[in-house]
Design a protein around this ligand. Sequence first.
Ligand SMILES: *Cc1c(COP(=O)(O)O)cnc(C)c1O
Length: 225
Amino acid sequence: MTPKDDIAPRLERIKATIPAGVTLVAVSKFHPAETLMEAYQAGQRVFAESRVQELLPKIQALPADIQWHFIGHLQTNKVKQLVGKVALIESVDSQRLLDLIDKESAAQGTVTRVLLEAHVAREETKTGWSPEHLLDYFDNHRYRNLKATHLCGLMGMATNTTDEGLIAADFEKISALARTIRGRCPDLTGFDILSMGMSDDYPLAIRHGSTMVRIGTAIFGARQY
Ligand SMILES: *Cc1c(COP(=O)(O)O)cnc(C)c1O
């Protein structure tokens, strides 16, 4: 873990490398509320968590003007608990989950903002929509059936490799997918967020069109699982 005094200067250094128009999301999973508070006091307002059971107590414990993002695999039985609590669900990895979020949001009388998680990395273990599945969904205009969900763009991760060429190619694929979708669906408004880039690869992601970077380790230090 990063000593508390280091969090503010680390945030400043990272912010200095991020152009205006790119949102910095502080990935705070596995760090205690006091650690998040250090970042909050340094001006950070957007935080992301990957587990519902960890997120809900943090929402209770921390200031109300924080915008919470959810970035983990969301189990369908946790959707009810999450809807209405977060500014953005970045990790919608299947149509089944999307439809469930929509149904629950309508039932609660709220609108949920989401990103669809695109799967372009080489690892089978990563989840998300294949490019084919995404294009099929949008070409058939199935998004028009959504009643209480706002599709705000795509989230994606590059292959876990040191090969920068491969990482860049993955980011470019996700960028190109978003452009293709926007081009084919002119009625799809506000589909403009591209969430790509983590501690090790965010400068490369920004060069390939990222508008939102999800940074944990570079702010808070290593996580203790
Ligand atoms: C944990 C996590 C991050 C942050 O990763 P770091 O390497 O610590 O910056 C970003 N995105 C997702 C989806 C994550 O689960």
